[in-house]
Design a protein around this ligand. Sequence first.
Ligand SMILES: Nc1ncnc2c1ncn2[C@@H]1O[C@H](COP(=O)(O)OP(=O)(O)OP(=O)(O)O)[C@@H](O)[C@H]1O
Ligand SMILES: [Mg+2]
Length: 228
Amino acid sequence: MESVLSAKNLKKSFSTPAGTIEVLTDINLAVAAGESVSVRGESGAGKTTLLQILGGLDTPDSGELFWNGERITKRGNAFLAKARTKLIGYVFQFFHLVPELTALENVLLAARIAGTPMRQARAQAKELLARVGLAERMTHLPTKLSGGECQRVAIARALINRPPLILADEPTGNLDERTGEAIMQLIIDVCREQNTALLLVTHNLDFAARTDRCLVLRHGILEDLKAK
Ligand SMILES: Nc1ncnc2c1ncn2[C@@H]1O[C@H](COP(=O)(O)OP(=O)(O)OP(=O)(O)O)[C@@H](O)[C@H]1O
Ligand SMILES: [Mg+2]
């Protein structure tokens, strides 16, 4: 089966006044349709850098990246932005909701960017917000939502364009243990329901163990810990 995401020999280093930091030395990865993969690694190991590159938000120094089998390395920003909207939903540690927009409007914004007709998008957004447990909170601004509720909005936003892949960077890192547990299970459940592949960065061993495949980022490469 074709991978939704694959990477070959990706390298990334940063130049700083103190010298060059080699963050990713040789990243090889393939994520199959509907597969869930976790990435653990120490703070500073390069997990966020890796997700940014895989999502086309940053460029590698060398190596190749494929989205749905299409080589995207060295493609222009306009192509990347359009392809990304169709392929990838993001969930971040700090939610990144637009503060002036309600829960529903935040979700709809992603649909608007993708060019979905608003009537259809509105119905889908309401359905998704209900699915993540926010049927009664759709008109709340982010400041009137709890952290867990904000992340539920972000999950609905990530899914509104029905992307085949979700990239999640420590999505429970800013939540208390119980809320984090519920949010993590929600992400894993909705991805399974919609046959959406999930690449999940987490520090939590328990959460990592719930994915189909567990990887660790260490010394700039991905080590496969367990294949189910
Ligand atoms: N733009 C940049 N310029 C210079 N160095 C950077 C830049 N971005 C990241 N780094 C460095 O690259 C390394 C990896 O950072 P990254 O944020 O990817 O780590 P991480 O694994 O996500 O860590 P955490 O678990 O704390 O989120 C760190 O040493 C960081 O200081
Ligand atoms: Mg990080």
